[in-house]
Design a protein around this ligand. Sequence first.
Ligand SMILES: [Zn+2]
Length: 585
Amino acid sequence: MTAAAGQEEQLWSRCAGCASLLYRKRLRRNLDVCPECGEHSRLGAPERLRQLVDPGSLRLLPDRIPEADPLNFVDVLPYPHRLTAARAATGLPEAVLCGTATIGGHPAALAVMDFRFLGGSLGAAVGELITRTAERALDDRVPLILVTASGGARMQEGALSLMQMATVSQAIAALREAGLLTVSVLTDPTYGGVAASFATNTDLVLAESGARMGFAGPRVIRQITGRALPEGFQTADFLLRHGQVDMVVQRRSLRGRLAALLAAARTGRPARASVPRQEPARHHERLVDAVPPAVADGQRPPTAAADDGTQPAVRDAWDTVRTARHPGRPTTLDYLDSVFDGFVELHGDRLGGDCPAIVGGIARLAGRHVMVIGHQKGHTTADLVARNFGMASPAGHRKALRLMRLAARLGLPVVTLIDTPGADPGISAEEQGQAAAIAENILTLTVLPTPVVTVITGEGGSGGALALGVADRVLMLQHAVYSVISPEGCAAILWPDRSAAPQAARALRLTAPDLCRLGVVDEIVPEPATAAHDDPAETARRLRAALLANLLPLLDVPPAMLVRLRRQRFRRFGATRAGNQAGAR
Ligand SMILES: [Zn+2]
């Protein structure tokens, strides 16, 4: 691969920290850390790798990236134009560079993100490359090191970019199971979907000096809360103080620290266990058949049959967004009353909180016990405020995690009902580790040895939705939406102003038929005309039928098989395109 851009470096550069004028060569010799004030400037992936690994030890993994524009996404520019520009500007094929190398003589697999490439955003290709690196680590039985630098998920790939959070997380889970060390090194900046997945669900999390990490970005938090942010908010030292990272490391010490950790992992490594590898597909084809796969491209999305046989008219994506947010729309507690029987609510995360935006507990579905966990909104302003508009805090995610694990221990299937604009983007949510809380839920769902069926009932907002949404079967009510970012948020970033939200809603492919076509959703639950809020009883009846039809076949699948099939489901989002390419090599 060609060297990174920036070849025509100027001779001098001004420090962003202290404004000193610095001789570039001297700055580079000092690892791009200002000798005057210690400011760590951002590094591209090639330079980062050069600094971290033993000279001559790096072997890049194949990085040929297929062209991917699954949504045919156009804002003011078509997405392929943005990709081409990013490639020209960085000399990189994508926003991550992956390889194997030694550090202090210890072998490791590394994936290093590059913020210069579309803000280090996580798309299907990036997710695929990091996943392959993790799989390489598993094959070679070496630790995995992830160096993160990202603004979050890549909006131009919609929900498919969201799915990458699960794909990479389950690869990390496989390394956990194999007793192999995973380390993430947070560099500046690490936000959004990357923060809420593989940046924080590794065994060890190191933060480089000067790095900032969080679920929600400071601008968003200020806008939403209207509050000034505390001094040093989301900085490495803040993260250390709030228990979110193992250590803060100066750039010049990073390589030595990693070498020491790799040495310890090597010493303590258990005798090579017979970790079951993925078996060839043939063995469980029958079960794959029993659990119907999502439709192939171009086919009509499967829809649970409505008794009246009506096929509702197609409506505009923006209308669907408004329907999904309708205050009369049935909530999780409504469904617990109408679809399920005998709900016993369980409270608390056992760590100091009970989040009202998530409700959960044991209930019966047609006589069978299940664990139901869902976001709770409300029908009145007072309800909505009391439930924080269905935006879960870290305590809410940890309560959900506790209930998922409890369900697995009790052998109860899990049903999750998703209806959230997104995870709580507040100051205290960040202090309490929102990103890591979401990341841990995602990873846990990829290994949970009990059936999981998810229904997106209203708004499926980003990482907060995925924290309950890594399931064997993902259902969606007809007028629900599921998106990596709100249309308003997307419009504010990619269009000149927020009034482009309706266009953004269309570009994001966030409706149930779109997501069925993309394989993100397995089945659409039809709503009565005109929508769920007009006939909640009929909606409940249809939801109950769809839940039973999807849950019952899963009950006979052995847990290990279930987990394997779930992982196949979430492995295919990057693999479908990138994997085909790999097969052609
Ligand atoms: Zn300086």
